[in-house]
Design a protein around this ligand. Structure first.
Ligand SMILES: Nc1ncnc2c1ncn2[C@@H]1O[C@H](COP(=O)(O)OP(=O)(O)OP(=O)(O)O)[C@@H](O)[C@H]1O
Length: 664
């Protein structure tokens, strides 16, 4: 045996067995640990060099089948990398998480030598078999490592230099290793420095390409430290859905937020979190970027190290459908595949009135025509105004909403116009920028405009005509770029006739009227139920919850005097009661259940001392009613007799419209 081999074996035995205590810095210490592991845990003998173990092609096929989609992506990355390193004598291996080489690119003229050295498809580079090596030790250490020449355990490998980088799936699971090896190399370890960086970079590129493949149907926020490079090499990527909720994170983002969200939140905690909670980016800016508006001034800072990151947004590759989450058994609805839609399109599904309104809104939003939204309370006027803003060219500028009915008359003037220092005793010492000036360049939403006092209507008219605002106490007006969207549930023409609203202001505000239909007229109630249900479920962290078909039918039959706001409240209430179980009629408010159940249940006369399913809605209802009567309306006793818990008795009473006599 040549001297070099004998010397290597002696060193490995001395260090690996602990006979020679060497205090070495990393990465040397890392290999010493691995040598010890090979001898004590894997039972490998350094005096017995082991030939490369190459799996038969059927076994390799099996390993490859487990990661087919990823293999295609990784292959493109490997081909690109190989073009850069082939001339330097390197070859590439891709292994799975067991250390089995599932792909390979090398010089065909060198194939016999590469195969002999195990640098070939099907080779097993798991540390337990091959000893300390690039792939095997990288799988354990989970970081890019170069295993250079005598750092290998097995004496047959000591001419090799191998640099290996781990590859992760978007969910953080280890997929395998990218390995760049050469049969021969200079003695100096430093000679591999650039290869180390190149391997790390290509591993990240392969992971990111795989991330983009997996989340191609979503919006993706890329964040990079270099403003001009973010679009091509943003290090952090967060996939998000049309509500701005994170649905996936690449390795860079998981690492970053792992550090930022210390205090118990792990990387998995990112999923389901609104982007605006993670980053100081407003939804408006985000959707502005999503529509391709560049925002060079936008940057976000990470609190724990203060680095600035510049954002860019990639639109979904396919517009058809986002992630489909299956409803739990026996519930009809949780989430359906939905197209990734813009803010206006998300307002409605196939309701003809809403579709007409959305079509109109898209044409008008950037036309300079003043828009007046009309609709009943709770019909979604503010939601429509926000969607108009988000759809507009002004989306990255502020959206400022003012409810003219809820601000006390004494304050509305200063709130709207602002004031200079010293204008009021008790006012802010620096004065205050009014809401009109705050909306400069963005959208000022004046809700309940019909409730604005007459003298302020006059001032507002002046602001609108002159595009400048005069704060209280100021002697010089401030120029503003004003885009007003007004809304009202009142009949403004009637208010004009009464002298309560200025006609000239009306024409100024109402270049075009958008009429929001009340909920009872909408034909896409199912869509709204789904949308609001998901939003509320997310808020309560009950994403798995569903809605039974009975409950859905009751919701669809209701008249909804309180419009979308009422619907949202009902769903919030039902979800809170359901505790994550599918929502049944028992969790819906009594008036909704009773209204629908009225034709089925016959109410008995008060003389019978209760209302109930006298005409036998079904046997269960009858049994319940009789038990309650027997026990003089003691819920506890009836529950005991029927073997039910009290909550179930209450739920069944609600379902069958049974009301105790003292509540009639
Ligand atoms: N298209 C929609 N999608 C989701 N939620 C909606 C939609 N329209 C309305 N909502 C919800 O309904 C509720 C009332 O909406 P909004 O405040 O916009 O109504 P409004 O007409 O401005 O009410 P008000 O007349 O009281 O000012 C809010 O909770 C809002 O989130």
């Amino acid at each position: 045996m040549p001297d070099a081999l004998t010397r290597h074996i002696d060193t490995v035995i001395a260090v690996g067995s602990g006979a020679l205590a060497v205090r070495a810095p990393e990465p040397e210490s890392l290999f010493h640990k691995s040598w010890a592991r090979c001898m004590t845990q894997h039972g490998l003998d350094p005096t017995r060099p082991t030939p490369a173990r190459i799996l038969p092609s059927a076994a390799v096929r099996e390993h490859r089948q487990r990661m087919e989609g990823f293999l295609r992506v990784a292959r493109s990355g490997m081909e690109d990398m190989y073009r850069r390193v082939a001339d330097l004598g390197y070859m590439l291996l891709l292994t799975d998480a067991d250390g089995i080489a599932v792909d390979y690119i090398g010089n065909p003229a060198m194939e016999p030598q590469l195969k002999r050295a195990g640098l070939y498809i099907g080779a097993d580079w798991n540390e337990a078999h091959a000893g300390t090596c690039g792939v095997g030790t990288c799988l354990i250490e989970r970081t890019t490592i170069t295993c250079h020449r005598e750092e290998h355990f097995d004496a047959t490998h000591i001419s090799l230099t191998c640099t290996s980088s781990p590859l992760y799936a978007p969910d953080g699971e280890l997929l395998g290793v990218l390995d760049v090896s050469a049969l021969k190399s200079p003695d100096a370890r430093d000679s591999q420095h650039l290869v180390w960086h190149l391997t790390t970079m290509y591993a990240q590129m392969i992971e990111d390409a795989n991330f983009l493949r997996s989340f191609g149907h979503c919006w993706i926020l890329r964040l990079g430290r270099t403003r001009g490079m973010v679009e091509v090499s943003g290090e952090l990527m967060l996939a998000f859905d049309e509500d701005g909720i994170v649905v996936g994170a690449n390795t860079g983002a998981r690492r970053q937020f792992w550090q930022t969200l210390q205090g118990g939140r792990d990387a998995a905690g990112l999923i389901g979190t609104p982007l605006t909670e993670l980053l100081d980016i407003s939804p408006n800016v985000l959707w502005g970027l999503a529509r391709g508006h560049s925002a060079p001034e936008v940057a976000t800072r990470f609190p724990h190290h203060g680095h600035r990151f510049f954002p860019s947004v990639i639109a979904p590759r396919t517009r058809a459908g986002s992630v489909l989450r299956m409803p739990p058994p026996h519930s009809v609805m949780v989430e359906e595949a939905r197209p990734v839609l813009g803010a206006l399109d998300r307002l409605a599904e196939d309701d003809p009135l809403m579709q007409q309104l959305i079509h109109q809104a898209k044409r008008l939003v950037d036309s300079g025509v003043a828009l007046l939204i009309q609709g009943e309370t709770g019909a979604g006027k503010e939601v429509l105004a926000k969607a108009l803003h988000e759809h507009s060219r002004r989306a990255s500028k502020p959206f400022v909403a003012v409810n003219c009915a809820s601000i006390p008359e004494s304050l509305i003037e200063s709130e709207l116009f602002g004031y200079t220092p010293g204008t009021f005793t008790g006012g802010r010492s620096k004065g205050m920028k009014g809401l009109i000036a705050q909306s400069d360049g963005g959208t000022l939403f004046l809700d309940e405009i019909g409730d604005m006092p007459l003298h302020l209507q006059t001032r507002l008219l002046r602001v609108l005509s002159e595009s400048e605002v005069l704060p209280l106490g100021a002697d010089k007006p401030v120029p503003v770029t004003l885009n007003v969207i007004a809304a009202t549930h009142r009949d403004l023409r009637e208010a004009i006739e009464r002298g309560a609203f200025r006609e000239d202001l009306y024409y100024r505000l109402c270049g075009a009227a958008l009429r929001l239909p009340p909920l009872r007229e909408r034909r896409d109630l199912g869509y709204l139920v789904r949308t609001l249900f998901q939003e509320e479920a997310r808020r309560l962290d009950l994403q798995a919850a569903g809605l039974t078909s009975e409950a859905l039918a009751l919701l669809q039959a209701h008249r909804w005097p309180g419009n979308v706001r009422e619907l949202r409240n009902v769903l919030r209430y039902a979800l809170a009661l359901s505790g994550g179980q599918p929502v049944t009629p028992a969790e819906l408010p009594a008036e909704i259940v009773h209204a629908a159940a009225a034709p089925r249940a016959v109410t008995v006369a008060p003389a019978a001392a209760a209302t109930g399913p006298e005409t036998a809605c079904d046997d269960q209802g009858q049994r319940l009613l009789q038990a309650l009567r027997r026990h003089k309306w003691s819920i506890t006793a009836a529950a005991q007799e029927l073997g039910l818990c009290r909550a179930t008795v209450y739920r069944q009473m609600k379902r069958y419209g049974i009301t105790p006599p003292n509540q009639l």
